[in-house]
Design a protein around this ligand. Structure first.
Ligand SMILES: Cc1cc2nc3c(=O)[nH]c(=O)nc-3n(C[C@H](O)[C@H](O)[C@H](O)COP(=O)(O)OP(=O)(O)OC[C@H]3O[C@@H](n4cnc5c(N)ncnc54)[C@H](O)[C@@H]3O)c2cc1C
Length: 385
């Protein structure tokens, strides 16, 4: 049964290490210029249009895509390094992150030539923001229960219904939406869904804010009222989107962002405990760094498998599950270890970051697929269900 889980032994090659040095130098310059503060405590979903354009100009968006669409034809391992460095620096990548990670690859596979030629270069220039419209008020984990309906009309489709928890919908130029184009059948409950490219500025679409527990506006509710989608915006197989949507989730689940969203707590703990932590502090830091190292090796391995053209759905789900549950333990662990650390500037930053991380931690095991759902996928991969 354990044979079903396979992590290739992947080491980052020298070109990727050289790229890491280049990315670090770029980020150090941006931090020195005051573009962003890596310790400000709002590490994700920070939008900075000028920064995204600079990243695009460096060739660090759409790195693996064909050159004719603005891509760099580089490897997934090089892309891994860029994602990792940007995440560790808490760089403001909110504008381009989703498009780079999953919407662009989705269009590359299923978009028409005209759509690819028009939209992909805009993504790689850091000028185009995407959101993902899968969840609905009555269907989150069970995507196949989606009810938002797309009905055929002259020249395209009319969409009516509601999407919810749509990260960055209020910023997005486009959504990749999952809509019901036919009823599901008795034989196949997954049948009847189609993915669409949605122009968020089309008439009939209303975006309403939802605040999260930390008070930030990260996601929205998106209502469709007879919104028109041209025929060309239906992506891939009509009624057969379940295959596409699940392979898109392999990209969404396995990256370093899945264990680095609040992992800065470990680095801040090191600062607060100083050069000579006591035995308990040293043991705690050692344990967390070892666990982080293991997660990282697994995520690099998944990047290597994507590079080799494999579809590591099971392994990607493991990285997401272990990465998010590991991160959720961090606020309590670092708070305990720092309990007797003294006052000072580092302590103030630590406390502010810990406060944010404590409020952010619960969402980690929900976004991108809940822990229970991922474990179901893992169990299926192991032949247990
Ligand atoms: C910060 C954040 C950002 C998000 N961004 C997006 C986004 O951009 N786009 C988008 O489409 N969605 C997004 N989501 C939504 C997210 O994908 C869903 O919330 C998630 O899939 C769970 O769906 P639900 O909320 O309907 O809960 P439910 O599906 O109702 O689940 C409730 C509980 O029941 C458990 N459960 C459900 N089914 C099973 C089962 N078969 N077996 C065992 N347990 C089960 C779940 O694990 C969970 O604990 C985001 C969520 C968060 C928190």
């Amino acid at each position: 049964m354990a044979d079903a889980i396979h992590f290739d032994q992947v080491r980052l090659p020298e070109p990727a290490q050289a790229l890491r040095r280049e990315v670090r130098a770029f980020l150090a310059d941006e931090i020195a210029a005051g573009t962003f503060d890596p310790r400000r405590g709002v590490p994700t979903q920070v939008f900075d249009a000028a920064f995204s354009r600079k990243v695009g100009a460096r060739g660090w968006i759409g790195m693996t895509w064909p050159r004719r669409y603005g891509g760099g034809e580089r490897s997934f391992l090089e892309r891994y390094v860029v994602t990792e460095e940007f995440r560790i620096a808490n760089a403001p990548v909110g504008l381009h992150f989703t498009a780079d990670r999953q919407s662009g690859p989705m269009l590359l596979r299923h978009g028409s030539e005209r759509i690819k030629a028009e939209i992909l270069p805009r993504i790689t220039r850091g000028e185009c923001c995407f959101c993902i419209g899968m969840s609905e008020p009555g269907s989150g984990s069970d995507l196949f229960a989606a009810q938002t309906r797309a009905t055929r009309c002259d020249g395209g489709w009319r969409v009516t219904g509601t999407k919810i928890w749509t990260t960055a919908a209020h910023r997005a130029d486009y959504m990749i939406g999952l809509f019901r184009t036919s009823p599901r059948t008795r034989e196949d409950r997954r049948f009847g869904l189609t993915q669409f490219l949605v122009d968020m500025r089309a008439p009939g679409i209303t975006v309403s804010p939802i605040s999260d527990m930390s008070g930030r506006r990260e996601f929205d509710e998106v209502a469709f009222d007879d919104a028109f989608m041209p025929d060309e915006h239906a992506l891939g197989e009509i009624d057969g989107a379940w295959k596409q949507a699940t392979s898109e989730l392999a990209y969404e689940r396995s990256g370093p962002e899945r264990f680095l969203e609040i992992a800065y707590l470990v680095f801040e703990l090191v600062r607060v405990l100083g050069d000579r932590p006591d035995a308990r502090g040293a043991e705690g830091i050692g344990r967390m760094v070892a666990q982080l190292h293991a997660l990282r090796r697994m995520s690099v391995s998944v990047a290597g498998m994507l590079e080799a053209g494999k579809e590591p759905t099971l392994e990607g789900s493991l990285v997401k599950d272990l990465g998010t549950t590991w991160q959720q333990t961090l606020p309590t662990r670092v708070r305990d270890l720092a309990a007797f650390a003294g006052a000072g500037a580092d302590r103030e930053v630590f406390d502010a970051l810990l406060e944010y991380a404590t409020l952010a931690a619960p969402k980690l095991t929900i976004q991108g697929g809940t822990t229970e759902i991922l474990r179901g996928i893992i169990a299926r991969g192991l032949g247990l269900r």
